[in-house]
Ligand binder design. Structure first.
Ligand code: AMP
Length: 215
């Protein structure tokens, strides 16, 4: 199964991708996570990417296309994978189409996590992350127990620089202008499935399984 998750920042696609990875074993390929790992490791790519990410802009296409082209060759992708946050531009979608065609692979579905922007702002400004392991929390909906990470125990629970209000606004604008047209790209190819991402995570997961025709 090759699933593409599309949606505005904060629409819950990362949470659902993790859930699907845990329940069905498909790896979650998140370009955002890969870029943050490069930043933490202090690589040249990470240093360059950070300048774009801190402003809420997209990292250049060739950087993320190269990362995904390499990642899908990993043996853990042989039975399928979930693309979380890629493609985010029409040129990325074109590059992916070619990549999959070359390997005789087919997309199962492109799922659009549909949600109102006003809900997103609330969700994102409350989002927190463990500095050590990347586990996600929310100050209202899922606070870290006793201020500590429930996965690794670290007490360094921080707000991502790009989850701050001014940067979020810019990320939304980038989504509207550059990423939303990707949905039309997949609609034209007959792969687009829309789900209501404003519902409770359990319900969204149920709708996601229906969209992907899995049980
Ligand atoms: P995310 O964690 O998916 O919200 O991504 C965080 C940031 O990483 C984005 O705001 C972009 O700056 C960058 N990024 C992640 N995925 C991509 C992509 N496919 N193309 C360009 N930039 C990306």
């Amino acid at each position: 199964m090759i699933a593409i998750f599309l949606g505005a920042p904060g629409s819950g696609k990362g949470t659902q991708a993790k859930r699907l990875m845990q329940s069905h074993g498909f790896p979650q390929l998140s370009t955002g996570d890969m870029l943050r790992a490069s930043i933490q490791q202090g690589t040249k790519l990470g240093i360059e990417a950070k300048t774009f990410m801190d402003k809420g802009s997209l990292v250049p296409d060739h950087v993320v296309i190269g990362m995904i082209a390499e990642r899908i060759q990993n043996p853990d992708c042989s039975k399928g994978f979930i693309l979380d946050g890629f493609p985010r531009t029409v040129p990325q979608a074109d590059a992916l189409k070619k990549m999959l065609l070359d390997r005789k692979l087919n997309i199962s579905a492109a799922v659009l996590f549909d949600i109102d922007e006003s809900v997103l702002l609330d969700r994102m400004t409350g989002r927190r992350v463990c500095k050590n392991c990347g586990e996600m929390f929310h100050i209202t909906f899922s606070p870290p127990p006793n201020g500590k990470c429930s996965k690794c125990g670290s007490s360094e629970i921080i707000q991502r620089d790009d989850d701050k209000a001014e940067v979020i606004k810019k990320r939304m604008e980038v989504y509207r202008q550059q990423t939303f047209p990707v949905a039309a790209f997949y609609e034209k190819d007959g792969f687009l499935k829309k789900i209501d991402a404003s519902r409770a995570p359990e319900k969204v997961f149920g709708d996601l399984k229906i969209a992907l025709s899995i049980s």
